[in-house]
Ligand binder design. Structure first.
Ligand SMILES: Nc1ncnc2c1ncn2[C@@H]1O[C@H](COP(=O)(O)OP(=O)(O)OP(=O)(O)O)[C@@H](O)[C@H]1O
Ligand SMILES: [Mg+2]
Length: 365
């Protein structure tokens, strides 16, 4: 499966710097000139989860394998991108493929770093980008509607559904609103997702502040917070530049550095967690002497489909899941003790896996 977040924003706002920090590499070229990035950079990031380390410690697991999330560093968008301005329209296609958008907003003042509009105004920047995404959606909907005409006439059911959904999206977009405000019926959810409209993707605003504002945020990030709350989107405050520095340090050094800065936790950890929440993702664990491993599922996933994340055969031949809740596993001191205390449950096909469940799957091959 694997979930993907696209890092989106105006040119030169710190997207590649953030990407490098997240992936602990210098894979993406980050430099003080607009349109530095052209081809998207793709990297996998381990999802930090203290619970996994705790479980491994209790079970004496030799190896710890965190679950992962993919980040894609996309080229900067500018006003007119949907009409081919800047580096044009191809980047909009990169955004189509992601599950959610991390929208980086410049919230730092630094006369040496070029802002494409010559001023720092993250709320206006967010509008610029959102407008481009809306225009791109309108254009792609109009094209797709034309392409559907014949099929709809022929009575193709899927085409009729698509046409209806596209028209609903078009109506709100033409009022200047993102397609995510369209209320979608249960029966339409799948088809709606398949439309891959840019403005239906959940947004996490990343307020990129200067080093000195990393712990407290600033007036710019406060305005973004307000905007995000009004839209029902999420936001985090982080300094991409410091995060990149921290990502080069080893764990002890990084901890000291964070404390000196007055931070309790690396901004990246907060960002990844916020991404998790935004996508309604949860984690379950498999724990044994060989390895302790975390797996990602969507909230509400039933046991067989959760098993399918490990291997398709687990889902096909699913018999039952043995479950211990994280808290019981930890407070009782491991699997055996939890079992003896009656805290291991056998669950069937309809069981909805809970965040933090420690699971064993039994299956037919
Ligand atoms: N928090 C920050 N404070 C000060 N400078 C920063 C901060 N974050 C990034 N920068 C600087 O901003 C410049 C642009 O960064 P970066 O290349 O990451 O931007 P980008 O959004 O990827 O740009 P492009 O769209 O051109 O690829 C770099 O010089 C970087 O060091
Ligand atoms: Mg870049």
């Amino acid at each position: 499966m694997g979930f993907k977040m696209g890092i989106v924003g105006l040119p030169n706002v710190g997207k590649s710097t953030l990407f490098n920090a997240l992936t602990r590499t210098a894979a993406a070229q980050a430099a003080n000139f607009p349109f530095c990035t052209i081809e998207p950079n793709v990297g996998e990031v381990a999802v930090p989860d203290a619970r996994l380390d705790k479980l491994a410690e209790i079970a004496g697991s030799k190896q710890i394998i965190p679950t992962r999330m993919t980040f894609v560093d996309i080229a900067g968008l500018v006003k007119g991108a949907s009409k081919g301005e800047g580096l044009g329209n191809q980047f909009l296609a990169n955004i189509r493929e992601v599950d959610a958008i991390a929208h980086v907003l410049r919230c730092f003042e630094d006369g040496d770093v070029t802002h494409v509009e010559g001023r720092v105004d993250p709320v206006a920047d967010a509008e610029t980008i959102e407008t481009e995404l809306m225009l791109a959606d309108i254009e792609s909907i109009e094209k797709r509607l034309q392409g559907l005409v014949r099929k709809v006439r022929g009575g193709d059911k899927d085409a009729v559904q698509q046409e209806r959904l596209l028209k609903q999206a078009l109506e709100v977009l033409e009022q200047g609103k993102p397609a995510r405000v369209v209320p979608v019926d249960e029966d339409d959810v799948r088809a709606w997702k398949l439309l891959q409209l840019l403005t239906t993707k959940p947004v996490l605003y990343v307020c990129n502040v200067s080093e000195s504002d990393a712990a407290t945020g600033n007036a710019h990030s406060a305005r973004v917070a307000e905007m995000a709350a009004a839209e029902g989107n999420a936001h985090v405050v982080i300094s991409a530049q410091i995060e990149e520095e921290i990502s080069q340090l080893d764990l002890d050094e990084a901890q000291m550095f964070l404390e000196e800065m007055g931070l309790t936790e690396a901004g990246l950890d907060r960002l990844i967690r916020a991404g998790y929440e935004l996508l309604h993702l949860e984690t379950y664990f498999t724990v044994g002497p060989k390895e302790a491993r975390a797996w990602t599922i969507r909230t509400g996933t039933r046991a067989p489909q959760a098993a399918g994340v490990i291997h398709g055969d687990f889902e096909k031949g699913f018999i039952r899941a043995e479950t211990i809740a994280y808290d019981a596993f930890v407070s009782l001191g491991g699997e055996q003790a939890a079992k003896e205390a009656g805290k291991m449950r056998a669950e069937g096909k309809t069981y909805v896996v809970q965040d933090g469940d420690v699971l064993h799957f039994l299956f037919n091959t």
